[in-house]
Design a protein around this ligand. Sequence first.
Ligand SMILES: Nc1ncnc2c1ncn2[C@@H]1O[C@H](COP(=O)(O)OP(=O)(O)OC[C@H]2O[C@@H]([n+]3cccc(C(=O)O)c3)[C@H](O)[C@@H]2O)[C@@H](O)[C@H]1O
Ligand SMILES: Nc1ncnc2c1ncn2[C@@H]1O[C@H](COP(=O)(O)OP(=O)(O)OP(=O)(O)O)[C@@H](O)[C@H]1O
Ligand SMILES: [Mg+2]
Length: 264
Amino acid sequence: MIDLRFSEEELERRREHILEFVRDSVDAAGADGAVLGLSGGIDSTLTGYLTVEALGAENVHGLVLPATVSSDENMSDAERVAQELEIGYDVIEIEPIVDSLLSVYPEAEGDHVATGNARARIRGVLNYLVANHENRLVVGTGNRSEAAVGYFTKYGDGAVDCHPIGNLYKQQVRQLARHVGVPEDLAAKTATAELWADQTDEDELGIAYDTLDAILATHVDGPLSVAATARELEVDAETVEMVRGLYERSEHKRNAPPAPEPLE
Ligand SMILES: Nc1ncnc2c1ncn2[C@@H]1O[C@H](COP(=O)(O)OP(=O)(O)OC[C@H]2O[C@@H]([n+]3cccc(C(=O)O)c3)[C@H](O)[C@@H]2O)[C@@H](O)[C@H]1O
Ligand SMILES: Nc1ncnc2c1ncn2[C@@H]1O[C@H](COP(=O)(O)OP(=O)(O)OP(=O)(O)O)[C@@H](O)[C@H]1O
Ligand SMILES: [Mg+2]
């Protein structure tokens, strides 16, 4: 497998680049700061650390939004991050809102994907409620690995104003997190969307992040063909094809919704 980790010098360059990006995004919008969802996972933890470094703790509002399927460990880690960063934050239980949705559309009861995605979208609605009310930007936590294979909820966790860590592969997210001082137990945590019970990213995607990252860097974002990538990384061509398929089928999530071409 190829090693995508950065040198110390490159890590520092990336950090500075992201800090500038966050400041520029907020300034360009004339916003008074940022709001972001904190899940106790590494993506939102790193994004929280960088956003606070860029804007100052007083300009960042955290939202910890537990559902019934959220683990106590993740929710207490999310609060721990907000306290460590000394930002203002709210804890809002979202399950009553999920119940309310299912009470008006009970057909979706028991559909874990539809209900799980609704949880992600309810979090998006709450992020924008705060953003509108406090003139803030919603800072997204998506990384390149998730974006490339569409592993996010369209208009859920994907509904944000900018993606500070959006060009980092998952293993680089962990590396930058360690570099900026995120505690090791958070940096090493198993990735989970926590949209339904016992979900993990790698189980659902059917591939380990290190393999996914290597295929993305070599083939989807890189120059090699499927066959050459399989040879280079010593993986099955079917695995590379699988990633290619996820990338192609999720194109619609990365683009603005299309309209018909203008008529002459
Ligand atoms: N070709 C196409 N062109 C335009 N639109 C298209 C389309 N195909 C589907 N669609 C639309 O997209 C919808 C499906 O997309 P979506 O609603 O997102 O649903 P979907 O992609 O089915 O599910 C979201 C996936 O992301 C994962 N996820 C979500 C949230 C967070 C995280 C995490 O890592 O934390 C992971 C989740 O576990 C699940 O695997 C369809 O119902 C349809 O409305
Ligand atoms: N319980 C929650 N409270 C607040 N925000 C949440 C919650 N669950 C998910 N989110 C938001 O949705 C984003 C997407 O979740 P995702 O699981 O991809 O990231 P993560 O939890 O930060 O890291 P990891 O992927 O390693 O679990 C989170 O980063 C966070 O902003
Ligand atoms: Mg998570």
